[in-house]
Design a protein around this ligand. Structure first.
Ligand SMILES: Cc1cc2nc3c(=O)[nH]c(=O)nc-3n(C[C@H](O)[C@H](O)[C@H](O)COP(=O)(O)OP(=O)(O)OC[C@H]3O[C@@H](n4cnc5c(N)ncnc54)[C@H](O)[C@@H]3O)c2cc1C
Length: 580
């Protein structure tokens, strides 16, 4: 670092105050938003502490999209956790990936900025109903206002995009690989329209959509950290005394007490050094929260902290000798991921991101192009399109049925991601040969019925977790994946008919159910979208294991002074500026 620049205002554990109004646990995608909104200057601003286990690690390389995406980045910002060998996937061991750095997983992800469909948020409204004051909190209109408030798009489109928020997003101005133009044409041929803006609420739910990415005007990754907690803002707030950011520190557990009325109250957190720093002199200490503790430690960290604090499935906690303070069965249950299955082809090297690895001269040209114009392959345009459809709208051969509204399904259950690169999991040894360019279709299950768990292995906050995504534990998940694989192969056929050269490399033996299922069980991967381990809903929601963990205000059932926020936290806060 240049010796005269002011460093990021990180406070070590020993220098923290004893008490804050709010403590935000986990400085990731949601945590950066929470810290920003809560510590915003206003009359009697509350004092906020943000605790993050990872470092700030803000270097030039960490901002270049290609070098900062997980598959190309170093290990300093990524936490890879082993998951249980998967029974339905021939016992294959897999890993879960999350960011462990200020900005969290938004510092290592693919930067795709894709909203849900209005209908999805309307379903939340139906399920969650209204709050105590009779207001609906989660419908599309509420979400639309929040999206518009938080985003800073290239161009304002009334009711769709705004340019006044903090989080930059944009589309690439061109398709960087010829294969993507061919996919658009092939999709149109089979009856899936081109959707130029995936985030427009009026686009059809099924089609081939151009994606948005969170890249700023300097061609840098724009993570939640860059958008909501950049250095200048953190310095201002630190000077004003409204925000302290403590990195390299974990929350070991919550401090809980029983109020006189018999209500469980969370009064603070126990902080300690990370496993890597444990050998040093840092010791654990308690910091109190006058108002609330907000958990935004991600799909593994948040249930872990709740369970270590005695809030979780009672039987599991007892087995580990943890005193149960609140039996909340759904904590750590209902783990879901968008399971993905890949088919791969060899194409011209020029048309593939692999060319950057194979041809140093091309890398050099692209590097210079990036430095001078901020364009080119270093923006990692490996994925610029996604095809959304419902498996029931595909016929036996995987082609869309032309008649509209034959079925009542109005939300996609599969997504096909065309990639100018390999997309299978490198753990299984099923690779597209690297002697020519690589192209693949990653078939993603959008509405999985299989549900897994996150459990503790010990009462030690630094011990590894037992993560079981239970992929395909519900065999009904095979059905949409079969349809999606067939659709991918039909797109391949159309692309070939258009004289785009694609040689089969990693594809199923045949399109019989048996061969497709065998393929699904071997050529698969995580797509890193772990969710629902602290799900929002009602306690008596019998479709889900244990119902839910938080209510529609994100407050933990039975412990209302602790709230859990994933990425959706942005929505509540941007509406209200405060969670009180
Ligand atoms: C490789 C990859 C690519 C992806 N691509 C996309 C994409 O293109 N588009 C998209 O929308 N989604 C993508 N995702 C998913 C998306 O990025 C995540 O779902 C989202 O960022 C999660 O946000 P979060 O705030 O819930 O958790 P995180 O951003 O993971 O934040 C949790 C934070 O809590 C910290 N923490 C955990 N435990 C503790 C503790 N005990 N004490 C203190 N701190 C703690 C962690 O270090 C972390 O920084 C991708 C994910 C990955 C891994």
């Amino acid at each position: 670092m240049w010796p005269f620049t002011t460093p990021y205002p990180e406070l070590p554990l020993a220098h923290l105050s004893d008490e804050y109004d709010y403590i935000v646990v986990g400085g990731g995608t949601a945590g950066c938003v929470l810290a920003n909104r809560l510590s915003a200057p206003r009359e009697a601003s509350p004092r906020v502490l943000l605790v993050e286990r990872g470092p700030v690690a803000d270097t030039w390389l960490s901002r270049v999209p290609l070098f900062s995406s997980d598959f190309a980045s170093d290990e300093t910002r990524t936490l890879r956790r082993p998951m249980r060998p998967q029974a339905a996937l021939e016992g294959r061991p897999m890993q879960a990936y999350t960011g462990a750095v200020l900005g969290g997983t938004s510092r290592i992800n693919q930067m795709l900025y894709t909203r849900g469909l209005p209908e999805e948020y309307e379903r939340w409204k139906e399920t969650l109903g209204k709050d105590d004051d009779g207001r609906a909190e989660w419908g599309w209109e509420q979400m639309r206002r929040c999206f518009l408030k938080s985003e800073k798009a290239d161009v304002e489109v009334e009711g769709v995009h705004s340019t006044t928020g903090l989080w930059r997003n944009r589309t690439h101005t061109e398709f960087y690989f010829k294969g993507f133009n061919e996919v658009v044409a092939a999709a149109k041929d089979v009856g899936l329209p081109y959707i130029p803006d995936v985030n427009s609420p009026t686009h059809p739910p099924f089609g081939c959509a151009r994606l948005h990415v969170t890249i700023d005007e300097h061609a840098h990754r724009h993570s939640a950290y860059d958008a909501f907690l950049p250095k200048d803002l953190a310095l201002q707030r630190a000077r004003a005394g409204t925000l302290h950011v403590c990195t390299g520190t974990i929350v070991e557990k919550l401090v809980t007490e029983m109020s006189e009325s018999g209500q469980l109250v969370v009064t603070g957190v126990v902080l300690g050094p990370t496993a890597e720093r444990k050998e040093g002199r840092a010791r654990s200490r308690v910091v109190r929260a006058k108002r609330e503790v907000l958990l935004s430690a991600g799909p593994f960290g948040s249930p872990q902290i709740l369970m270590l604090s005695g809030i979780g499935p009672a039987e599991h906690l007892k087995e580990l000798g943890i005193t149960v303070v609140q039996d909340v069965a759904a904590v750590g249950s209902n783990l879901q991921d968008h399971f993905g299955v890949s088919v791969g082809f060899n194409i011209s090297m020029w048309d593939s991101l692999l060319s950057l690895e194979k041809w140093p001269w091309r890398f050099f040209i692209e590097f210079v192009r990036y430095l001078i114009w901020g364009t080119g392959l270093l923006l990692v345009p490996v994925l610029q399109l996604a095809i959304f459809t419902h498996s029931k709208l595909l016929n036996e051969r995987g082609l869309p049925i032309k008649t509209e509204k034959v079925f009542s399904e109005d939300l996609p259950d599969i997504e096909v991601m065309p990639m100018a690169y390999e997309s299978s999991d490198s753990a299984i040894g099923q690779y597209i040969p690297r002697t020519a360019g690589q192209f693949s279709f990653l078939n993603v299950l959008l509405a999985p019925l299989s549900r897994g768990t996150v459990r503790l292995t010990s009462a030690d906050p630094r011990a590894p977790l037992d993560i079981d995504p239970a992929y395909l534990s519900n065999p009904a998940d095979l059905v949409p994946l079969r349809a999606s694989l067939k659709l991918s192969l039909r797109l391949r056929d159309r692309m070939r008919e258009r004289d785009y050269e694609m040689r089969d490399a990693t594809v199923p033996k045949s399109e019989s159910d048996e061969d497709l299922d065998a393929w699904i069980r071997t050529c698969n991967r995580t797509t890193y979208h772990y969710t629902s381990t602290c799900r929002m809903g009602s306690l008596d929601d019998s479709e889900w294991d244990g119902g839910a963990v938080v209510d529609s205000r994100l407050r933990v059932y039975g412990a209302p002074t602790v709230a859990v926020a994933e990425r959706c936290a942005e929505m509540i806060l941007s509406e209200e500026q405060n969670i009180d």
